[in-house]
Design a protein. Sequence first.
Length: 329
Amino acid sequence: MTRPATGRRAAMLAGIGAVAALPGRARGQSAFPNQPVRLVLPQGPGSGGDTVARILADPVSRELGQPLVLESRPGANGLIAINALRQARADGHTLLLSGVSQLSFNPHLYPNLPYDPARDFTYVAPVTDTPFVLVASRRSGAATVQDFIARARARPGEVTYASAGIGNSTHLAAEMIADRAGLRLSHVPYSGSGPALTSVVAGETDAMVNVLAIALPQIAAGAVVPLAVVGERRIPQLPAVPTQREAGLDAPVMPGWFAVLGPAGVPGPAVDVLNAAFRRALEDASVRRRLEESHLEPLAGTAADLRGRMETDSAVWGEFIRRRGLRVD
């Protein structure tokens, strides 16, 4: 006959049962995480990264059995947040939500970048991607990509495009299109995607490449003309708009992914727990609905998938950046 548990033994059994019952916490994995997990954000409130983090925070917390605490550290093109990550213990309890720019573009744009994406991070999980769209001002007279190309070829150096700043994804994407189409365009950088798009709406600049979430309201309002989706496939929000390849632009598409990293040296078992938590969160129907409402696409995958994505994009865009002589001083 089994005796009922009493006193200290009962408390121990109750504690073990509580840990085993935590949502998302598999039996035998209670050693990690054993405290709240901090997710450092290199962008401020209202940004794309902030939106991704807020959508994922609660479901990932449930999967881990510990709170996922968001900590915004914007500034210096991500360097403040990256430094916070690198100074943290490599135990998996401090993470970074990074964009493709920090990992695949900045090493080629900045001559003295104080980190090495291949060496200074532990790759944990990809989480989302977003399409870009090439839009034109109504004053430009362009209704299609071919209209835009014809006008730019007839007036070399006079057709303008806006961007969110030198070295920004919106700058690189437009430069790649110009390069592959053999165009000479004039770049007008702004301090953000919103002001850049406003210049296109006003007809102060002729075109730009912007993320779908920012461009779509102006497209829906008829304030700008969508010329092409800068992505691999058409998107449900703009079913009649061709991809850039369908429109005759044979150029690499601009990646817009976000991913989770740790400092170098996070143990493999901790990476596995974290990766599984983010992947399960991305399978949640409410998460997928909220991402879709924010014009973001879930991008689940392994840590190895993420590192491979970083390396591929770094090779493609690094070669282009060097060939075009693009730098951020």
